[in-house]
Design a protein around this ligand. Structure first.
Ligand code: DC
Length: 219
């Protein structure tokens, strides 16, 4: 099976690039952040506050996460309900960041990822894919861009929704997020030794996709 591992920093263009690249290669694309977000959504829908990663333990048996693909599009299921459209909000993001530090949750999500990787040609996108989930993947990429450029991109995105948003606030929150992602005890975001770094600071999305595509074609 063709397995491609893609990790990288927040707002590096990673998800868009992965989606386009998988399409071009005609293989599945798994966004693993959505799995952590699916867990988090359970707590939000049931009004259960999450303050520390251990808070997830009590409810572990009640939460069943699944992923399916319809026409290669990822569908996320929480206790058999399609919750794909509910995952992209800041509250879910905040809870998922805490929940992603729960080892039981990580083990369960790892099982889902390995099952998909063993049975499909697939590009898996996340934070620990090349280092922890599929270290033997044929291709490993790490996508990033300068902090300032990532903040600029996110600012443009968020300005559409909230006119009062400030660039400095976004820059600081990205900086904090990088620090947390790279310094947490469980599965920190690291650049695997054998990963190819794709720096998108001065690249368009298309340029980054084409570069990765060429690397894969050359094998
Ligand atoms: O990429 P995202 O924002 O959708 O991810 C949601 C949370 O899950 C984020 O706090 C990082 C975490 N995550 C992780 O720990 N490991 C992954 N492979 C993917 C996401």
């Amino acid at each position: 099976m063709l397995n491609i591992a893609v990790d990288g920093t927040s707002a590096s263009g990673k998800s868009t690039i992965c989606e386009m690249l998988a399409k071009k290669l005609n293989i599945l694309h798994l966004n693993t952040g959505a799995l952590y977000r699916s867990y988090a959504l359970y707590f939000i829908l049931n009004n259960l506050p999450i303050k520390s990663p251990d808070d997830a333990d009590k409810f572990f048996e009640k939460i069943h996460i699944k992923v399916s693909f319809e026409s290669k599009k990822q569908i996320n299921l929480l206790n058999d309900k399609d919750i794909t459209t509910l995952l992209n909000n800041p509250h879910v993001a905040e809870y998922s960041s805490i929940i992603s530090q729960n080892q039981k949750v990580r083990n369960k999500i790892k099982e889902i990822q390995l099952n998909l990787a063993n049975n499909n040609d697939i590009l898996i996108e996340g934070r620990d894919i090349g280092s922890e989930i599929i270290p033997n993947a044929k291709f490993k990429f790490f996508i990033t861009a300068s902090l300032e450029e990532r903040a600029r991109r996110r600012y443009i995105q968020l300005k559409e929704i909230d006119k009062n948003i400030k660039y400095e606030d976004i820059l600081n929150s990205l900086k904090e997020r990088d620090f947390k992602d790279m310094n947490r005890k469980i599965s920190p975001l690291i650049i695997p030794n054998d990963a190819i770094i794709i720096d998108t600071t001065n690249k368009t999305i298309d340029e980054a996709v084409n570069l990765m595509y060429e690397i894969i074609l050359k094998g």
